[in-house]
Design a protein around this ligand. Structure first.
Ligand code: GLC
Length: 801
């Protein structure tokens, strides 16, 4: 009897122990209790029962937190470009905690157990580890659990579907080829693991720099914690304390880099399709734009320009003389962007493949054979872009395309994607000499490809700026490339989602972003959808129409005359706004402020902006508010944040702090201008290289608040601006002093404008102003505006009244 009972007990015990949560090593491990600490060159190293924790100062408001059960990783970050600087200005070892201060941030490390808490310098709690969970490990996976604060909201995390406020949602970062993604689909193509937490009028940022498959939980199905973690690698995050969302973006982009000035032609309208061929069709397309007087700058060549989809080749039947074609396009003011995917067709005798083999450039299985997978060209090998030598090799492969006159490169399928979408995790990568597997390299693969493309093309292009466009990306991608939101769907829901994706990428440091206008696939793009979509997209940083193979063409004239007229109107407007848009790019380059700005940047604690009815709205540049409306509606309910707003198309004034119902016919998207705005514009041009009439239209919208605006101009195509070859000047509007100041020009670039026409909006009864001491009368302009034209000298000019 006893033995039977013993046996039953033993069997039961064995069964229970073999259940996942009881098996050895499966129980989670927390960091444990404090044992000791010591100073490091820029921070402190803390030993705890089960792991080590290091805190490193990267600036008064930026502290890096790392934790490991083993040794700290030595693989360099692909995202971070700055070094630690400064240190804790005070360290107090108290009975139950260490108290560290940077001057701006106070960091408390609780001892038993070890938990991290961040306070601002006024002693307000910004963020704290969950007291019971803190930093935990489960097998190789590590997660940091943060206690949810009352009313806490979360914004950012890049290309993620769902609401602007991510509270209650969870997401995965694992770059995925996700065609026709659902409007709540996840993961998509990129991993931009930076988010911002908001509560009690406080804001902080967290960047989780771990390239393994990662999970973010913003209180999804729980009211206890937010968390971020990955299946492997180190707990490695940067904590940012900032006074505002703008500050956090500045700090985050100081850490991970900012966009260089893009080629100005990349801000014009771009026409793409899978695929335009042969060359005569491409030339016809360009001619049609010019004949119809629809401005455009770029035509894209999708995979059919290649010989059997082999990268860096031309299909000689479709494109017998690419450089002659590109010359003709150049004469018409067009640039060509070609698609270049990572897969190199396995074909002996194909030079790019042979060269890759010879130089040992391809990703390998652990047994030393090259990893192959099927994509457009058939079976391919894939360059190891985490190897600096391979990046240089790949960068040089663009030589032929550059010699042919191609100026832009579109890196697609770089998640990396392959048919079946199941990449083997054990294939091996160089990881800058530190070696790693697909599990670690996957999320940076696309970014490293774009890096190699950008660096290679820049070297080959004789000082000219290339345009690089990528589908997959990791944090820091803004240094190299623009991103588009992949294979979206022709639907109103997708059109509205596109605004949120674009704004959310802006909140994760990536300013140069856009979505395929009209929808890439699925559904059918109808005239209404196309008209609405192109009018919204005119106010997005990257402005490109693209559609899938065999779909209805997405040129502005394919949907009938009325849609053609609407498209022209919005594309014209885009070109008129170029001085304003280009200056916004300069701001992104200098400060990390995105071009498309979620209202959460300027109106962070206004709860209405998070209302799902209004969450698609955003500011385009500093003062134009765009309110996307579905194509099925000819009116829109728009929330206008506090202040006074002018409808851009009519000049009608609205008080903010309320929602308003406005007309929204397809020909008139609800777009508003903030009172006090300063908006430099130009005459309509057919492409960005045209000078126009040489007159800058300096639009000033009357308001009660003073405003300042930094205008920026350079040659738009080279990097000479890095050596002072630019023009910068401040425009200021001071309503109390009744003054508009056109500041002294700085820098040694000569503006393309020789005149400035000041266009006054809402300055009702005024009919003259003083320019210096001279009284000048105002002319009547369009609508209710009054204008005054001045010579654009480089000195300071003051208008007063
Ligand atoms: C992928 C891209 C799409 C492109 C197609 C063919 O689906 O996302 O933009 O047109 O491949 O190259």
């Amino acid at each position: 009897m006893k033995t039977i009972r013993k046996t039953i007990f033993a069997v039961m015990f064995a069964v229970v122990m073999s259940m996942p949560s009881f098996a050895a090593g499966r129980l989670s491990v927390q960091i444990g209790n404090f044992t000791s600490w010591k100073e490091t060159p820029h921070g402190v190293l803390i030993s705890a029962g089960n792991a080590k924790l290091s805190l490193t100062v990267y600036g008064p408001e930026v502290v890096r937190v790392r934790a490991t059960q083993n040794e700290f990783s030595t693989t360099p970050s692909y995202a971070v470009i700055t070094e630690p600087s400064g240190k804790f200005t005070s360290v107090k070892d108290e009975k139950d905690k260490l108290v560290l201060s940077t001057g701006e941030l106070k960091v408390e490390v609780n001892k038993d157990p070890v938990l991290v808490r961040f306070y601002n310098k006024d002693g307000k709690l910004l963020n704290e580890d969950d007291p019971g969970l803190g930093i935990s490990w489960l097998g190789t996976g590590t997660t940091c659990y943060k206690k949810l604060q009352p009313g806490e909201r979360f914004i950012g995390l890049g290309e993620k579907t769902g609401n602007l406020d991510r509270r209650g949602s969870a997401y995965v970062d694992w770059n995925t080829d996700n065609p026709a993604y659902a409007t709540n689909g996840d993961p998509l193509y990129t991993s931009l693991p930076f988010y911002i937490g908001l509560h009690n009028k406080l804001s902080y940022g967290i960047f989780f720099d771990n390239t393994y498959k990662a999970t973010f939980n913003f209180g999804a199905s729980n009211n206890r914690f937010s968390s971020f973690g990955a299946v492997d690698g180190e707990m490695n995050y940067y904590f940012f304390g900032g006074h505002s969302v703008a500050d956090l973006l500045k700090e985050y982009t100081n850490l991970t880099g900012r966009i260089k000035m893009p080629p100005i032609w990349g801000l014009g309208f771009q026409q793409s399709r899978w695929s335009y061929f042969p060359d005569t069709e491409v030339l016809n397309l360009a001619r049609t734009f010019r004949e119809k007087k629809i401005p455009a700058d770029v035509i894209y060549l999708d995979i059919h320009y290649m010989d059997a989809y082999k990268v860096f080749t031309w299909n000689k039947e479709r494109f017998p003389n690419p450089s002659a074609m590109i010359d003709s396009l150049k004469d018409m003011g067009f640039h060509i962007v070609t698609i270049v995917d990572p897969g190199v067709k396995k074909e002996k005798g194909y030079w790019a493949y042979d060269s890759g083999l010879k130089n040992d450039c391809f990703v390998k299985y652990p047994d030393g054979t090259n990893w192959s997978a099927d994509v457009w060209p058939g079976t391919c090998n894939f360059p190891d872009f985490t190897n600096p030598k391979v990046r240089t090799w790949w960068g040089n492969l663009y030589k032929g395309l550059v010699a042919d006159g191609v100026t832009g490169f579109w890196n697609d399928m770089n998640e990396p994607a392959s048919w079946g979408n199941m990449v083997p995790n054990l294939v091996e990568f160089d990881m800058e000499g530190h070696k790693g597997t697909m599990e670690e390299a996957h999320n940076v693969y696309g970014m490293q490809m774009a890096r190699s493309t950008f660096q290679g093309a820049t070297k080959l292009m004789d000082g000219k700026r290339p345009l690089v466009l990528t589908r997959a990306a990791y944090a820091g991608i803004q240094r190299y490339s623009a991103i588009w939101t992949g294979d979206n769907v022709a639907s109103d829901e997708h059109m509205l989602l596109a605004s949120r994706l674009i704004n959310s990428m802006g909140l994760a440091g990536v300013p140069y972003v856009g979505a395929d206008i009209g929808g890439f696939m699925g559904g059918t793009t109808n005239r209404k959808l196309f008209a609405r979509w192109i009018s919204i997209a005119a106010y997005t940083p990257f402005f490109r129409s693209h559609s899938e193979y065999n779909s209805r063409a997405h040129e502005p004239w394919t949907f009938g005359e009325d849609v053609e007229a609407i498209s022209r109107k919005y594309i014209d407007e885009r070109y008129q706004l170029l001085p304003y848009i280009y200056s916004a790019f300069y701001q992104a380059h200098e400060t990390g402020m995105p071009i498309a700005r979620s209202l959460a940047i300027n109106y962070t604690f206004d709860k209405n902006i998070y209302n799902p009815d209004f969450q698609d709205e955003y500011l385009f540049g500093p003062s134009i508010l765009v309110a996307p409306v579905s194509s099925e509606q000819n009116f829109g309910r728009v929330y206008l944040p506090k202040g006074v707003w002018y409808r851009k198309s009519t000049g009608k004034k609205y008080d903010g702090g309320q929602s308003v119902i406005v007309d929204a016919p397809l020909s008139d998207l609800p777009v508003f201008v903030k009172a006090g705005a300063i908006i430099p514009m130009q005459s309509t041009v057919q492409n960005t290289a045209q000078k126009g009439d040489g007159i800058m239209r300096l639009n000033i919208y009357s308001g009660s608040e003073p405003n300042k605006y930094l205008y920026y101009e350079d040659d738009g195509t080279t990097y000479k601006y890095e050596n002072g070859h630019f023009l910068k000047r401040e425009f200021a509007f001071d309503p109390a002093a009744k003054k508009i100041t056109i500041g002294k020009a700085e820098g040694n670039y000569t503006s393309k404008f020789n005149k400035i026409e000041v266009v006054l909006h809402g300055f009702d009864a005024m009919n003259s102003v003083k320019v210096g001491r001279k009284t000048m009368s105002l002319q009547k302009g369009e609508g209710d505006t009054q204008t005054l034209t001045l010579d654009a000298n480089n000195g300071e000019t003051v208008l007063s009244w």
